[in-house]
Every structure is written in structure tokens, then in C-alpha cells.
Design a protein around this ligand. Structure first.
Ligand code: TRP
Length: 336
């Protein structure tokens, strides 16, 4: 696995993954494994930027995310699957990048002010939170990654990562490739209430959800607001529930449901049962694989340790070049 372009991406360990994470990111990452050297990680230090007052769940959440990754098809043999804090070189590079990153660039990142406003029950006026994109830049370039598959919400972070990389290379020589965002078209994944699926809205269907849980959630799903009585014709194109058919139902089912709904031959209650069946069928293999991994924690820890060791090798090579670049390579070549 040398000579190929390198792909890197990751998620914060803030809890179990849901369908939005799956269709918006992980499914895509699985495909990239065919063509690239892939590094996928769990950003536990990034979780700390917002959860620093109570870090008690971060470690468990980290393992849950790894289990979700592997159960979704990220293959620990083919890709390097690892945990950020197990590769402490990220922190060293983060420190060096912090020296050259102008404050103004960080203050201008749109998600910065937005998040401070949104997460109002937490004090995010910290150095660590302001530095979030600097750490993220270190995560990426320490693997000399060429491509970073991310969602639209990460656009501004990737932009600043490129700026920091250019500035670093300008001072110390062409050490890093400029990472490029890989925005792949992803389907819309609404939540149960029609807003975007997101943990903070408590409207998710999780990869780990048991069948009964999925049925319960589907029963409460938001449907076509214009269809008030059973005999009213429905509007699949604007119905929240129908979006789920587009994600997990075969084309015949999609067509039939759309037709029957428009003719009021299927009611919303029936359709909720139908979509629950489809979702359960879709998620069962993932849930079972995941449960297996969660039962055997030593297997999960082995995956994480092995991946983190492999990640560390590449990170160390990069750091040797970085220290040389800064003419501070005192201990290059030594282990440790
Ligand atoms: N900020 C990303 C998110 O919230 C997580 C992340 C941290 C990341 N470091 C990264 C994503 C490096 C891609 C590359 O989803």
C-alpha cells in the first residue's frame, strides 16, 4: 500500500453513529478503500474541546465509534483505523502549527462563532476550542493526506487547513501536500422529525438500534403534513418518511409506495410499518457485527492498537521531516 494517494477522515467520539453519519460519510469511506491508502480515525481529543468538563464518556464513545466503523465495512486489514490520542505525534505537530497560525484565521471560521452561540450551556471561550481547526489540520497533514472526504459542514475547516499547510511549507519547505476536500454527493438524511438527522436534535436512528427501537421510532416519525385523513392523497416527494424509502428500499418498493400513497391506497401508519421493516432489514447485519465487536472488547482493542501503531509509523516519519524542516531534528532517528 505505498505510492497510492492517501485519504484521511475521522469523526469526533461523541456517541454512537446514526444513519446520517452512515449515508453522509462512512458508506463513502468504505468505497474509497478500494482505490486509496485510507486512514480513518476517531477524534477523541476533538471531543474534549466541547466535553472537557465531563470526559467520562469519551473513551467508551471512542470504542463505540470504532465498532460502528468496522461494522459498516471499514476493513482494519485494508485501512488504518485508529484513535487520535494513541498517536501523540498529532499533538506535537499541532503545537508547531499553532506557532504559525494567525489568530484572525481562526476567529474567522464560521463554525467557531456559530458553535459558541449554539452550545450555550458550555463555556467554549477556550484556547482549545479556538484551536480546533489547527488540531484538525495536524490530523490530516501528519499522514501527508491528499484527500479528505468530508461533508459540506467541514468546508471552512478544510479551507483553513490548506491555508495553514501553505504557510508552513512556505516557511520550512515543501513538506506537506495541500490536502484537498473530497465532497461526494450524499443523499439527504432527514431525522424522525424532518429536520436534519443529528444527535443534538434527538431525532436519530442509530446503527445500533434494536428492531423494537426502530419500530417505536418509526411510529413516531413525521410524515406528510398535508395528508391529514387516511383518504387524503399523499405527497411522497415532500414526505419525510418517503426519504427513508429512497435510502433503504428497492426501486420497486419505492415506486409502489409512491403510487399507493398518491392514491391513498396506503396509509401513513401502514407505511411506517413498512419502512420499519426495511430499516430493520438494512441495519440488521451492521447491528449484529457491531454487537459481536462490542461483546469481545479485546478484539476491538486489538483493532485499535494495531491501527494506531501503523498510523504512528507514518506520523513518525512525517515528524522527522518536520523537525528537519525546522532545523530542530535533535532526536531524529531515535525510537520513542
Ligand atoms: N471536525 C470533524 C467533524 O466534526 C472531525 C475531524 C477531526 C476530522 N479531525 C479531522 C475530519 C480530520 C476530517 C479530517 O466531523
Amino acid at each position: 500500500m505505498t505510492g497510492e494517494s492517501v485519504v484521511l477522515s475521522g469523526m469526533r467520539s461523541t456517541g454512537k453513529l446514526h444513519l446520517g453519519n452512515y449515508f453522509g460519510a462512512v458508506r463513502n469511506w468504505v468505497e474509497l478503500q478500494e482505490r486509496y491508502d485510507c486512514y480513518y480515525f476517531v477524534a477523541d481529543w476533538h471531543a474534549l474541546t466541547t466535553d472537557y468538563a465531563d470526559p467520562s464518556k469519551i473513551a467508551d464513545n471512542t470504542l463505540e465509534v470504532v465498532a460502528d466503523y468496522v461494522a459498516s465495512g471499514l476493513d482494519p486489514e485494508r485501512s488504518v483505523i485508529f484513535v487520535q490520542s494513541l498517536v501523540p505525534e498529532h499533538a506535537e505537530l499541532y503545537l508547531l502549527l499553532s506557532m504559525i497560525t494567525p489568530l484572525g484565521w481562526l476567529e474567522r471560521v464560521p463554525t467557531y462563532k456559530e458553535q459558541i452561540r449554539e452550545l450555550e450551556n458550555r463555556d467554549l471561550a477556550t484556547f482549545g476550542f479556538l484551536g480546533y481547526p489547527v488540531l484538525q489540520t495536524a490530523d490530516i497533514i501528519i499522514y501527508r493526506a491528499d484527500f479528505v472526504p468530508v461533508g459540506e459542514d467541514q468546508r471552512s475547516h478544510l479551507e483553513i487547513s490548506r491555508e495553514i499547510t501553505r504557510r508552513f511549507n512556505g516557511f520550512y519547505g515543501p513538506i506537506f501536500p495541500e490536502p484537498e476536500a473530497l465532497f461526494t454527493p450524499t443523499p439527504k438524511v432527514p431525522g424522525l422529525d424532518g429536520r436534519k438527522m443529528s444527535k443534538s436534535y434527538a431525532n436519530t436512528i442509530d446503527l445500533a438500534d434494536e428492531p423494537e427501537e426502530i419500530r417505536r421510532k418509526c411510529q413516531g416519525m413525521f410524515t406528510d403534513p398535508l395528508r391529514q385523513r387516511r383518504k387524503d392523497p399523499g405527497h411522497p416527494e415532500t414526505c419525510n418518511l418517503y426519504q427513508f424509502h429512497l435510502l433503504v428500499s428497492p426501486p420497486e418498493t419505492q415506486e409502489q409506495v409512491a403510487r399507493d400513497c398518491r392514491l391513498a391506497q396506503i396509509g401513513c401508519v401502514d407505511d411506517k410499518r413498512l419502512i420499519a421493516d426495511r430499516l430493520i432489514e438494512f441495519l440488521t447485519p451492521i447491528r449484529e457485527r457491531r454487537a459481536e465487536l462490542m461483546r469481545d472488547r479485546s478484539m476491538l482493542l486489538d483493532i485499535v492498537r494495531d491501527g494506531s501503531l501503523r498510523a504512528r509509523q507514518r506520523a513518525r516519519e512525517t515528524m522527522e521531516r518536520v523537525r528537519e524542516g525546522l532545523s530542530m531534528g535533535y532526536h531524529n532517528g531515535e525510537a520513542g
